[in-house]
Design a protein around this ligand. Sequence first.
Ligand code: MLT
Ligand code: MN
Ligand code: ZN
Length: 302
Amino acid sequence: MQSILLGSAAGGGVPQWNCWCPVCHAARESPRRVVPRTQSSLAVSADGQRWFLCNASPDVREQIARLPRGDDGALRRSPIEGVVLTDAELDHSLGIVLLREAGRLRLTATCAVARTLERDSRLLPTTRAFAEVSVTELSLDEPAPLRYRDESPSGLELLAFAVPGDPPRFASESMAGHTVGLLIRDTATGGTCAYVPGCGALDPSVVERVAGADVLLFDGTFWSDDELITLGVGTRRAVELGHAPMSGDGGSLLTLATLPSRRKIYTHVNNTNPVLVEGSAERIEVIRAGCEIGVDGVRFEL
Ligand code: MLT
Ligand code: MN
Ligand code: ZN
């Protein structure tokens, strides 16, 4: 399996259009000190030619430009075979409607996520006005083959597991599976990637799921629980927003440091998070713990 972290930032990206927090300021003024990042998405492929997006971000257009073009001579073509969703948050789903030129679009999502896209954000009915959209149901805790557009198996297998947290604030109800982590396994090589861009707590149930992954991509939205409050840009704590902070006793870093994965990469990093600043004490702490801070374009092969 080949994987490319297409977007490593949380909603808003880095820098965020209306934000002049120290990190966004640095991302504009000295992009070497804070590397700009697009919004949260991962691409995976068994053959390096045909790709699946895990989440479709509002930056999907420039993100797809990082992938091979799929040179089969057709006038309109795309290397994207389908989109798998971890939740129905806007930063993970607005890209669906931006892919409306596809003609046909294959989505894979839990019932809870599909329902929110259908009824609440209405991204599915809107996209269906332009393209034929199919949704393959992703059951919780059951491995399922990821299929190409022509229904043949890709050789990649998905396993979705529910993680702690809340559904999007515009969801009309809270159903099981509103936010999931994915285990993506290459059935030929056995290589496994865990993709968990949103998670309210790295509790024992999540640890049990991700511990066997060769590469773990995990929620790095906030460094501290009161990050938005201290900066004066928000009133809610990280955990109230469905994101376990990295630091502190209940934070993800202490636990992540103990996991055996070959690479442990933070992604979905919010623009307020000081780990984005080269040389910051927080960034050094993450690296000393054996973890990485994701940046757009990180690749790995499993
Ligand atoms: C989140 O990850 O909590 C959501 O995407 C928030 C947002 O972008 O509005
Ligand atoms: Mn998000
Ligand atoms: Zn900012």
